[in-house]
Design a protein around this ligand. Structure first.
Ligand code: FES
Length: 168
């Protein structure tokens, strides 16, 4: 087994034979394409559902690029996640209008209600809490995106009800 796989957590996709095969296929098909790192990471996110730290290290080694550049791409684009997302995703817009309009208070309330931090998923796998960039609905600030649905002028006291609709 190559070195890179020695400290991979038991539940990582690299430890699952079917998922490992898929990861290798994605690398094989795309390794010589221009912008291979971005293409590979996109496919991993789409087909595996997330790009774990171990998958990032493995992809970097296979693509012969520094692991720091792979980390850089994954952490720059909010599309990538390093752990599996929940069945539902709630995002709060961190664009200027929303931030000024109350996003920080909304995030605090959501963290309290869900018992998780931004970037985490509830233990039942139901809801992931994230932030996002401006979604173009600034006139309705502050904006929340539940799954793909945008809600504007969100108030902290309305959050319990909105979250309950996802838990039912
Ligand atoms: S700043 Fe939030 S939608 Fe534009």
């Amino acid at each position: 087994m190559p070195d890179i796989l020695q400290n991979v957590p038991e539940n990582d996709p690299l430890r699952n034979p079917d998922q490992k095969k898929l990861i290798d296929q994605i690398l094989e098909v795309n390794r010589d394409r221009p912008g291979a790192t971005m293409v590979v990471l996109n496919e991993l996110q789409k087909q595996i559902g997330f790009v774990s730290e171990a998958m990032q290290a493995y992809a970097a080694k296979e693509l012969k690029v520094p692991v720091s550049s792979v980390h850089g791409v994954v952490s720059f684009y909010s599309f990538f996640t390093t752990t599996p997302r929940g069945r539902h995703v709630i995002k709060f817009c961190m664009g200027t209008a929303c931030y000024v309009g109350g996003t920080p208070q909304l995030i605090e309330k959501a963290k309290q209600l869900l018992g998780i931090d931004v970037g985490q998923t509830t233990p039942d796998g139901a809801i992931t809490l994230e932030v996002c960039r401006c979604v173009g609905a600034c006139s309705q600030a502050p904006v929340m995106v539940m799954d793909e649905e945008i809600s504007g002028r969100v108030r902290p006291n309305k959050l319990p009800q909105s979250i309950r609709t996802l838990q039912d």
